[in-house]
Design a protein around this ligand. Sequence first.
Ligand SMILES: [Zn+2]
Length: 114
Amino acid sequence: MHEASIAASLIEIVIDTAEKNKAEKVTKVFVKIGRLAAIEIDSLEFAYDAIKEEYEIIKDSEIIIEDVPITGKCQKCGVTDTYEEMFFACGACGAFEVELLTGEELTITEIEVD
Ligand SMILES: [Zn+2]
């Protein structure tokens, strides 16, 4: 259960941040996940909801996941495009020198508290 351990480490960060900011309750947690992070969003939500029950501070919080597409910029012709997979050729000129711009994210972008 890859997603369960990811949910557990996200929760650790959320609780830590909330405590440092003297928050009493976390209401929303915004997370960005790139397609290349190979995380099942449904499983992560499920794992988060299961683990949060154990902690008063995040018990009523909701995890909001933003699915970040894979985008890359061609080093040859400069075109920026969205891709379905990791290994890609530029959609415009066919060169394989495409620099990855997004798609590897696994970050908490915002924590909403009460
Ligand atoms: Zn190109």
